[in-house]
Each structure stands twice: as structure tokens, then as C-alpha cells.
Design a protein around this ligand. Structure first.
Ligand code: GAF
Length: 394
């Protein structure tokens, strides 16, 4: 049973071959341009990027690959093969033919939004997208798709964009087309991840520092709860608005500028208990992230683990973005030998949990989850990987 619950990345080379072959069999010609971009997990710094806070994500070995070539039509024809094996296709006018608008099918809005925000108009092309990034798992299959597609357009057109600018344009695409008011974290790490490193991103200055991730005999075990409560769509924008409201009441540009003393002042100025709770989470989570980024290179895993648990409790009780399944998984971790700490990761309401676990205990931890968790979990070890890149077609 254990092996069936483990998911492994197919590897960029395998996916690239798959994409090229698919392109040839669908369009009857060779792909001329290609790019890849990974998924991500966030180690700590949750629900703070849209408050200009600090975040500490890593890029994953799961990737999205886009291959393609110009056609002689004023149309973009796109085929997608998902991690599940399901195939989807869509077509829409090229951005050199007419301005693009969001519409159906919903998944195509991710690529249309990127095309509409690409710095130059692009004539008609055909493309195949393949991905092994798990969907609905909170590991950023959306940012992976956006950034892979943007990088593919760079390869196709020869038009290059700086990495921070690329992340910002992909974030804008997600705001305007799928309509999700996300922060910058996902597009940033997917563009700039580095093998064996976590990235400390300052979402106010948009500067980042690579943090070497050598945890000796410990690993980051990712457990997918395999539940997705359909709340993110409505609850995420609400959290963002509540944080903005807290900053407004405090007369600050964002909660990044708030200190713990301001929380007392906030209680005096507003009677909305949710606004107070969200602000407390953000102020304390930013501090935890700063501390974790200092403790990780020192290999103080006990303390990092404690910060993980604190972060989870805060996300569950103050930010209210966890769910019973994620809470149960974290509770199982609390009583499992060899676990330093655990927390939900990503936007929440389902998706994944991460745990910092002594390597020799990983199999015991998995068995325990399989026995006690009420849902159907899947597992993988987080091996920090590189960010997006153009792939050479030979
Ligand atoms: C989602 C968003 F897209 C990110 O910007 C971030 O806010 C995250 O939720 C929570 O930390 O992944």
C-alpha cells in the first residue's frame, strides 16, 4: 500500500520527450520552442505575501513543460495533458489578431492571461502542455503553468524579460483572467527556485535571498490530504480584504509595517474580531519566517519545527484557512516520533501538509498516517529544484 501512496516526479527529460512526441503526433510537425517551470511548496510564511511579508518557499521537481511552434493561422491551438492523464484542448485568436478576453474553458484563462500580458503581441502558434504537478494540491500548478507558458513565449519570440518582471506579469495575468487575487510568492519561486535551496522572498522590496537547505538526516515530507474544499475562491479574497482593512485602520500602507504593539491599538480601533485575528497572524507569521530563515542554515531543526507547529495553529485558529483533514494530519505528526514540526502549506482549505522528519522515521510516519488519517493520503519528499527555464530543442 505504501508504494501506491507515494508519488514521484517523472523528471523533466521524460516529460519533455512526451511533450515533443505529442506535439508531432497532433500537429504533424516538429516543435521549435520549449520551456519548463516547477511547482512549489512553501516552508513557512503563509498568507503574508499579499501583505508585503516574508515567505520561504522551495521549487519542486514536479514540472510543467510547454512545447510549440508558429502556425500560419491567426489562432493559438493548445493541447494539454494533465498529471492525471486527462487531455484537454482549446483555441483562441492570437494576441496579434485581437485583444484577448477571459472566458470558457476556465483552464485556458491561465494561458490566455499570460499571452495578453506578454510584453509583445504574438502571432498564431500551436502548443502542447504536459505536467506532472499535482492539481488542487496547493503546490501551485497554476503558477507553474503560467510561468512555463510565459517562458515558452520567450523562447518562441526571442523576447526576454527579467525574472522579477516575469513573476509580476504572471501574477497580473492570474488577477485579470482566472480572477484570483493571489500574492507574488508562487510566480516568484517558480521563476527563481534553485536546486537544494529555499528562497527567502521579501514581498515588499521584491528582493530575495537563496537559503541553502541542508538538513542532514532530516527531510521535508509532503503529505497531500487529497481534499479540496471549494472555499478558496471566496475565502482567499476575503482574507486579503480583511488584512487590507487592518492596515487601513492602523493607517499603514500594509501589515508589513505593523508591529506587535500595533495589535493592541487595532483592538481599540476596530470591533471586527476577524480583522484583529488576521492581523495577529500576519504580524507573527512574518517574524516566524524571518526566524526560520536564520535557524535553517544553523540546522536548528527543533526550533524550526516548533515554528512550523505555531504557524499551523495560527493558520487554523487566527487566519481560519485550515480544514479538519489538515488539522488531523498535523495532530498525527505531533504524536509521531522523529517529527520536528508540521504545518499546512499553500492557500489552505485542503491540499498539502509539510513535516520536518528525521529520515529514519519517515516510513513509520507514513504507516501511522495510513492507519490513522480518515482520508486517502499521498506522500512525496520535497527535493528543492530549479526554477523555470527555456529548453533547447535538438
Ligand atoms: C496561494 C496564493 F496564490 C499565494 O500568493 C499565497 O498567498 C498562498 O496562497 C498563501 O500563502 O498559493
Amino acid at each position: 500500500i505504501l508504494t501506491m501512496c507515494e508519488i514521484t516526479a517523472k523528471g523533466e527529460a521524460t516529460l519533455f520527450e512526451e511533450a515533443k512526441q505529442k506535439f508531432r503526433s497532433i500537429f504533424g510537425k516538429k516543435a521549435a520552442a520549449a520551456a519548463s517551470a516547477p511547482g512549489r511548496v512553501n516552508l513557512i510564511g503563509e498568507h503574508v505575501d499579499y501583505c508585503e511579508g516574508l515567505v520561504l518557499p522551495v521549487a519542486l521537481p514536479f514540472t510543467t513543460i510547454v512545447v510549440g511552434a508558429y502556425n500560419s493561422l491567426e489562432e493559438c491551438r493548445i493541447h494539454t495533458v494533465l498529471a492525471s492523464g486527462e487531455e484537454l484542448k482549446t483555441s483562441f485568436p492570437s494576441s496579434s489578431a485581437e485583444p484577448l478576453k477571459p472566458g470558457d474553458p476556465a483552464w485556458a484563462n491561465y494561458v490566455k492571461g499570460v499571452l495578453a500580458n506578454f510584453p509583445v503581441a504574438v502571432r498564431g502558434f500551436d502548443a502542447v502542455i504536459v505536467s506532472d504537478v499535482p492539481m488542487g494540491a496547493g503546490v501551485s500548478s497554476s503558477a507553474s503553468l503560467e510561468v512555463a507558458f510565459f517562458t515558452f513565449l520567450e523562447s518562441l519570440t526571442g523576447q526576454r524579460t527579467g525574472l522579477v518582471e516575469k513573476a509580476k506579469l504572471c501574477q497580473k495575468a492570474e488577477h485579470e483572467f482566472p480572477g484570483m487575487p493571489c500574492g507574488i510568492m508562487d510566480q516568484y519561486i517558480v521563476s527563481m527556485g534553485k536546486k537544494d535551496h529555499a528562497l527567502l522572498i521579501d514581498c515588499r522590496s521584491l528582493q530575495a535571498t537563496q537559503i541553502p537547505l541542508q538538513t542532514d538526516d532530516a527531510v521535508i515530507l509532503v503529505i497531500n490530504s487529497n481534499v479540496k474544499h471549494q472555499l478558496t475562491g471566496s475565502e482567499y479574497p476575503l482574507r486579503r480584504a480583511q488584512c487590507q482593512e487592518a492596515a487601513k485602520v492602523l493607517k499603514l500602507p500594509s501589515l508589513r509595517e505593523a508591529h506587535s504593539e500595533d495589535l493592541g491599538e487595532l483592538k481599540r480601533l476596530t470591533s471586527d474580531p476577524d480583522v484583529i485575528k488576521r492581523a495577529k497572524h500576519v504580524v507573527e507569521e512574518i517574524k516566524r519566517t524571518e526566524d526560520a530563515a536564520t535557524l535553517l542554515p544553523k540546522k536548528d531543526l527543533e526550533e524550526v519545527g516548533r515554528l512550523f507547529y505555531e504557524s499551523h495553529d495560527s493558520l487554523s485558529k487566527l487566519m481560519e484557512v485550515s480544514c479538519p483533514e489538515l488539522d488531523q494530519l498535523v495532530d498525527i505528526m505531533r504524536s509521531s516520533p522523529g517529527v520536528y514540526g508540521a504545518r499546512m502549506t499553500g492557500g489552505g482549505f485542503g491540499g498539502c501538509m509539510i513535516a520536518l522528519v528525521e529520515e529514519k522515521y519517515v516510513e513509520d510516519v507514513k504507516s501511522r498516517v495510513l492507519k490513522e488519517y480518515k482520508g486517502n493520503p499521498t506522500f512525496f519528499i520535497c527535493n528543492p529544484s530549479d526554477g523555470a527555464k527555456i529548453l533547447q530543442i535538438i
